[in-house]
Write a protein that binds this ligand. Structure first.
Ligand SMILES: *Cc1c(COP(=O)(O)O)cnc(C)c1O
Length: 355
């Protein structure tokens, strides 16, 4: 072999996205990747079971028509405005491949979802990371950089859990001469969303997932809402069969079980309140979260606390963003899980240099 690597140079240079730890040890309390602590809707199980027959012999519906119609009904839009994906990460990949080429500029705020950089790097694109203000706002004039080909905003944002209002997102969209993806992975826990902007702003694409609000991270299904012209172009980029029959059936049933979503959401919001107040009492600064996690900075040293919790089989996410102090992103679990976390945290914080 005469070459050092068979890969294209920009792929060689990339570090690759590192997902949160997914330990196989069942004794671990997992509060690190924002999974929902409650089981999925029983209707999702029934729908998947009802799909387990001879039809698995055949390819799935390439457009997931039945799912598409259900999502369209749910949001009051035309089915032509819905596109399903193998998780919302699949949709973010399709979007980036569709709009961004080598040397093009992709913009997103910082700190935010780390995958956006990876998607840009895969295209050999340039990135501009625009810092949030100290109150987690975003200045439209600094964000809408000339020549941008694609912009991402996670709303609610990860790791902060904060949101821009639909009016603020509209100001960003108006300034941009390219698609603006509003990544609403956590919208099921928020008090507002940006779906209505798709009608008023032709460059807005809203993405949703079943991984967080619907407790179906293992199933891999997401969807996006956008103008039909955008959907038609994105369809050319996606794999023909990017969603399997079981995921489409399970997600459709979960989507239609509105009462179940409201119940689990209500529990998570109540626990989020309690967790927020408890970690603040330990000395952390915690912005009001609109998601199913809280972002803790400025208190007892994050790396030390992360390790001490891990030693007790409690996994939270230690996040390190260049130019920012380390922080802990803690998923809202059940009340019993959060009790276990807080019981462990007490002595750890007391023993840390901080106190
Ligand atoms: C979890 C998450 C996603 C990915 O969702 P999947 O549907 O599981 O791929 C996308 N964006 C953000 C900000 C997330 O936190």
């Amino acid at each position: 072999m005469s070459r050092d690597s068979f890969f294209r140079p920009h792929v060689d240079r990339m570090a690759g996205y590192v997902p949160g730890e997914q330990p196989r040890d069942t004794g671990v309390l997992k509060l690190n990747t924002n999974e929902n602590p409650y089981p999925p809707s029983p209707r999702a199980f029934e729908a998947i079971a009802a799909t387990l027959d001879d039809r698995l012999r055949r390819y799935p519906d390439p457009m997931g028509t039945a799912f598409r119609q259900a999502a369209a009904r749910r949001h009051g839009v035309d089915p032509e405005m819905i596109l399903a994906g193998n998780g919302s990460d699949d949709l973010l990949t399709i979007i980036t491949r569709a709009f961004v080429g080598p040397g093009d500029l992709l913009v997103y705020p910082s700190p935010s979802y780390i995958l956006y950089r990876t998607l840009a790097e895969l295209q050999d694109a340039r990135v501009a990371e625009v810092p949030f203000g100290s109150d987690w706002s975003l200045d439209p004039a600094s964000f809408a950089l000339p020549g941008t080909k694609l912009a991402f905003v996670a709303n609610p944002n990860s790791p902060s859990g904060t949101t821009l209002t639909p009016e603020q997102v509209a100001r960003l969209a108006e300034r941009l001469d390219c698609p603006l993806v509003v990544d609403e992975a956590y919208a099921d826990f928020a008090s507002s969303d940006c779906v209505s902007l798709v009608a008023s702003h032709p460059n807005v694409i809203v993405t949703r997932t079943f991984s967080k609000g619907y407790s179906l991270a293992g199933l891999r299904l997401g969807y996006l809402i956008a103008r039909p012209e955008l959907i038609a172009g994105l369809v050319k980029v996606k794999d023909s069969y990017n969603c399997d029959s079981l995921s489409l059936a399970g997600a459709l049933a979960a989507l239609e079980d509105r009462d179940y979503l409201a119940q689990t959401r209500g529990k998570i919001l109540a626990t989020r309140r309690r967790l927020t107040e408890a970690v603040r009492a330990f000395g952390y600064q915690v912005p009001e979260s609109q998601a199913n996690f809280v972002w803790c900075t400025g208190g007892p040293p994050a790396a030390e606390v992360y390790e001490a919790l891990k030693a007790q089989k409690i996994l939270v996410r230690l996040m390190r963003y260049p130019g920012h102090a380390d922080g802990l992103r803690i998923t809202v679990g059940t009340d019993a899980e959060i009790d276990r976390l807080l019981e462990a945290l007490g002595p750890i914080v007391a023993a840390s240099k901080f106190s």
